[in-house]
Design a protein. Structure first.
Ligand code: PHE
Length: 351
């Protein structure tokens, strides 16, 4: 046949019929192929690839259209009709698969993006004040409302401010290494807030009314003593100040803190920096006993002098109290160490 390409006996009708047969067979076999390929496309991206393969411009079906060009006039419409029917069938199968996959993807997206509005929200953990800070704040508010001014001093103090200026001589037992934490070259961790008495007088002069709250340090540690604890200090200096003023001020303070019906008792005591010295007790109804809450007294003339204040013209009173002890009494805390362990289960109770 190759030697006789133009032989009319070998041409069109016989070969064309065979071509038509082959073409129709190929067209027919395309539908199950497409069906399998569509079933294998499990997402929309793969489905698009299948569409291009079967229905696109360079697809199998467009290939059949090209092959149709070689058919006779009579055969063309026959093949065309069949091709169109199969194309329609494959297009329908594609649409059906597309709908399926789109529905599946939407469903998956809904599951993925669903929000359970019944779930509890994320909580922000809020901090709260430490019980000692709470008491310090209350005490400060009471005294500032009476006209006292808030002052502060360093925690590393010179021996002069901590002891000498407060009339505590070299042989005073508090200066012993046993009680005091020495740093270097005449410095100590302040053992009380009283050095701020001297600092305030030197800074502000007389008359004055100041308070200080802050950390103090002593070489001591058990259920009722911590090497670091907190004190509040008060000092008032003016002309003609007497024990009556001291008693009135401290009674007012204790009523504000413990309530109007608080029972207060003044008791003689001794501090080198006050003369006379007075300890103040408050009646504890639960324990049926007096409870010591603060030390106080009339400022010693030597102390006024060391603060640059003329003791001939001015007198004053001073007082100091332990804020940790006050917090323990106020909140019923049995062991001082609880205040310094930073256990959140304990601290959160003061929120
Ligand atoms: N500084 C004394 C102490 O630490 C307390 C105090 C202060 C006493 C002021 C009298 C006047 O115990």
């Amino acid at each position: 046949m190759s030697e006789l390409p133009n032989d009319p006996s070998n041409s069109a009708p016989v070969e064309a019929t065979q071509e038509l047969t082959e073409l129709l067979a190929d067209i027919a076999s395309t539908v199950p192929l497409a069906r399998t390929a569509l079933a294998g496309a499990t997402d929309l991206k793969r489905l698009e690839e299948v569409r291009v393969e079967f229905l696109g411009k360079k697809s199998k079906l467009s290939d059949f259209s090209t092959r149709m060009g070689a058919l006779s006039k009579e055969e063309k419409p026959v093949a065309g009709k069949i091709l169109n029917a199969r194309k329609g069938e494959i297009t329908a199968l594609f649409k059906q698969r597309q709908d399926e996959l789109e529905a599946r993807e939407l469903e998956q997206r809904l599951v993925r993006e669903s929000v359970d509005i019944t779930l509890p929200g994320l909580r922000t953990i809020r901090g709260n004040r430490h019980p000692v800070a709470l008491v310090a704040q209350q005490v400060t508010e009471i005294f500032t409302s009476m006209g006292f001014r808030l002052e502060s001093g360093p925690e590393i103090e010179t021996e002069w401010f901590n002891f000498d200026a407060l009339n505590m001589t070299d042989d005073h037992p508090a200066r012993d290494m046993q009680d005091t934490l020495y740093t270097e070259r005449g410095h100590v961790l302040r053992t009380h807030t009283s050095p701020t008495q001297i600092r305030s007088m030197l800074k502000l002069g007389a008359p004055l009314a100041v308070i200080t709250t802050g950390r103090v340090y002593r070489n001591d540690s058990d259920a009722t003593h911590s090497p670091m604890f907190h004190q509040m200090e008060g000092l008032l200096v003016d002309e003609n100040i007497s024990v009556g003023h001291l008693k009135g001020t401290l009674t007012t303070f204790l009523k504000a803190l413990f309530g109007e019906n608080v029972k207060v008792r003044l008791r003689p005591s001794f501090f080198p920096f006050t003369e006379p010295s007075i300890e103040v007790d408050v009646w504890n109804e639960q324990r049926k006993g007096w409870m010591e809450v603060l030390g106080s007294g009339m400022v010693h003339p030597n102390v006024l002098r060391n603060g640059g204040v003329d003791p001939e013209k001015y007198t004053g009173f001073a007082f100091g109290l332990g804020l940790d002890r006050l917090a323990m009494v106020k909140y019923g805390i049995p062991d001082l160490r609880l205040l310094f362990e930073n256990d959140l289960r304990f601290l959160r109770q003061f929120a």
